[in-house]
Write a protein that binds this ligand. Structure first.
Ligand code: KIV
Ligand code: ZN
Length: 510
């Protein structure tokens, strides 16, 4: 009988800490539903004390997810824990994850606390958290560079205080697989009450070892892995959920445990997260890259045609490739549309939103032969943005001709007031952005401009991501349309709408 390996997804918390990956409340809820559908055990929905926006997002996820446990992160500070407890009130099943740094460099230089003070604070934090839920996780931050004896001491104390999961983070992605595996084994053997808590790991990918370190930890007794879709996360990211899950599932002859993930939802989850954050997936990325199952060389193709297992260790369909084939077209009615949204786990806030989205679906179906699930996600994202927008694109004229200077004329509405401007640029997109800037003078810096086709074919919708920075705020805007210049204008305005929302947020590790 295989043991259960708990999958703790932190796409919405650590993933969101990647510069530029910030998500709206609605986007977080949509990703949370997809994670729930996949069978993720624990969803870390955010850091409620960071800002009101984070609090509301964690609350919205806690209120709407039923089958997964919802977790909130809190520093080992009473007010953080109170806030997290409040945000999680509506959850069917809630966990508070509290942490404090334990490495000499963090304690001395960042916290300016002695090791004894750190233990006292950690124990208090776990006890505060236990007032809200009996499911409490504790992390000694930067465990990978902490002293073993000190880690044993603090873990024993927090387990005694009521921590039910102890998570060992390799915060800076410093350890080697063998070393990290030994650390987990040593901790389990040396902490006297280690059998009273589940050991978890949280590995960063600075040296490209996050997945290897996590899997070695599993072989040494860890029974929870913290990971993110597409490996999103601080700096080089976290361990990729899809790689952990598929390694364990594919090598059941090797691992003593398995997850309860329905792997056929993996590709949709990857596309959803990539679309929302604007972080593209590299084509050769394991499991979810476009080429992950493509055989180019003749010898491989010949082998696969003769006997699939010659070159394939997993089946593309088992991770959801090809599962999102067309289901809707121009003649589909409102009910078919509503049903497909429900199957995708998308619940629109009101009948009015459903009507508007359906109208836009019909417009899209006129331009585009087939509508895929990804198109529906993009339509819903657009509709959600409309709810929170100050600026909206009314119309756009662009002129682009060989040998001529590209020109754009945009009409936008600023809280209902229509205004227009025109500008020239080095290309039609540049001219469009210049015209918008003439009107709004945001002075934000363009950090990233990327275009992806949501599905394949020349009639596909292009999804544009625009990342803007103003002072220390970085936001992503998205826009989708079959015309990529229109999609670009929408994306630019959506980023400006986010900048204008003026949300302030703290970083958990600062
Ligand atoms: O990387 C890290 O140490 C973290 C902790 C908060 C678990 O993200
Ligand atoms: Zn982390």
């Amino acid at each position: 009988m295989q043991e259960h390996l708990i999958i703790f997804d932190t796409t919405l918390r650590d993933g969101e800490q990647s510069p530029g990956a910030s998500m709206t409340k609605e986007e977080k809820v949509r990703i949370a539903w997809q994670l729930e559908r996949m069978g993720v055990d624990v969803i870390e929905a955010g850091f409620p004390a960071a800002s009101n926006g984070d609090f509301e997002a964690v609350k919205a996820v806690a209120d709407s997810v039923k089958d997964s446990m919802v977790c909130g992160l809190a520093r080992a500070i009473e007010t953080d824990i109170q806030r997290t407890g409040e945000a999680l009130k509506g959850a069917q099943s809630a966990r508070i994850h509290t942490f404090i740094a334990t490495s000499p460099v963090h304690m001395k230089k960042k916290l300016r606390m002695s090791p004894d003070q750190v233990i006292t604070q950690a124990v208090k934090a776990v006890k505060w958290a236990r007032q809200y839920t009996d499911n409490v996780e504790f992390s000694p931050e930067d465990a990978g560079r902490s002293e073993l004896d000190f880690l044993c001491q603090i873990l024993e104390a927090v387990i005694d205080a009521g921590a039910t999961t102890v998570n060992i983070p390799d915060t800076v992605g410093y350890t080697m697989p063998d070393q990290f595996g030994t650390l987990i084994r040593n901790l389990r053997e040396r902490v006297p009450n280690s059998d009273k808590a589940i050991f978890s790991v949280h590995c960063h990918n600075d040296l490209g070892l996050a997945v290897a370190n996590s899997l070695t930890a599993v072989m040494n007794g860890a029974r929870q892995v913290e990971c993110t879709i597409n490996g999103l996360g601080e700096r080089a990211g976290n361990a990729a959920l899809e790689e952990i899950v598929m390694a364990v599932r594919t090598r059941q002859d090797y691992f003593p445990c398995d997850t309860r993930i329905d792997t056929t939802h993996i590709v949709s989850a990857s596309k959803l997260v990539s679309g929302i954050t604007g972080f593209p997936v590299q084509p050769n990325k394991a499991i979810v890259g476009a080429n992950a199952f493509a055989h180019e060389s003749g010898i491989h193709q010949d082998g696969v045609l003769k006997h699939r297992e010659t070159y394939e260790i997993m089946r593309a369909e088992d991770v959801g490739w090809g599962a999102n084939k067309l289901l809707l077209g121009k003649h589909s009615g409102r009910n078919a549309f509503r049903n497909r949204l429900m199957e995708l786990g998308i619940e629109l806030e009101s009948e009015e939103m459903l009507n508007n989205t359906f109208m836009r679906f019909k417009e899209l179906a006129d331009k585009k032969h087939e509508i895929f699930d990804e198109d529906l996600h993009a339509l819903v994202s657009d509709e959600e943005l409309v709810l929170h927008e100050c600026f909206r694109l009314i119309s756009l004229i662009v002129h682009s001709e060989t040998g001529e200077i590209p020109y754009a004329r945009v009409v936008i509405s600023d809280n209902g007031n229509e205004m227009s401007a025109d500008a020239e640029g080095s290309g039609p997109v540049d001219a469009t952005f210049r015209a918008i800037e003439k009107l709004l003078s945001s002075e934000a810096k363009l950090q990233l401009y990327s275009v992806n086709n949501i599905t394949s074919g020349t009639d596909a919708q292009g999804e544009v991501t625009v990342r803007l920075q103003k002072s220390d705020r970085i936001v992503n805007g998205h826009g989708a349309d079959t015309d990529i210049v229109v999609a670009s204008a929408k994306a630019y305005l959506s980023a400006l709408n986010k900048l204008c929302s003026k949300l302030e947020r703290a970083h958990p590790q600062v």
